[in-house]
Design a protein around this ligand. Structure first.
Ligand code: SF4
Ligand SMILES: [Zn+2]
Length: 117
């Protein structure tokens, strides 16, 4: 038995819908296809391995609220750290701050042009 993410009612592990609130819990009406659901404001993609390694081609990326292929990159039972490499973490960090980095670079280039004159 698992708690329903919406109403917290206890639900059978293979239930397709929550019997109390009707929330869809499995994809395509099949008890063997889990439907992962974002909790809170953050999209599933933010913590998904396929987003972090840039291999996901789903159209709902990077704002997926539900997904059948979600894989939690931070769920490593042996260690309390991400299972992604440091290179992937760095790329993700740069991707998330691309706008800010471009702005800082533009300001830097502008200063250089002013100083060279
Ligand atoms: S597999 Fe799903 S959750 Fe993961 S990045 Fe793709 S759309 Fe997002
Ligand atoms: Zn429910």
């Amino acid at each position: 038995m698992h708690p329903c993410p919406r109403c917290q009612a206890k639900v059978e592990a293979n239930a397709i819908r929550c019997p109390q609130c009707g929330l869809v819990l499995k994809a395509h009406g099949h008890p063997g296809i889990p439907l992962y659901r974002a909790e809170g404001e953050a999209a599933l993609c933010d913590s998904c391995t396929y987003h972090l390694d840039d291999t996901c081609t789903f159209p709902q990326r990077p704002h997926a609220e539900t997904c059948t292929l979600y894989q939690n990159a931070y769920q490593d039972p042996k260690a309390d750290r991400p299972v992604i490499s440091s290179g992937q973490q760095m790329r993700l960090w740069l991707n998330r701050r691309a706008g800010l980095i471009a702005l800082v670079a533009l300001i830097g280039i502008s200063f250089l042009i002013v100083l060279v004159r």
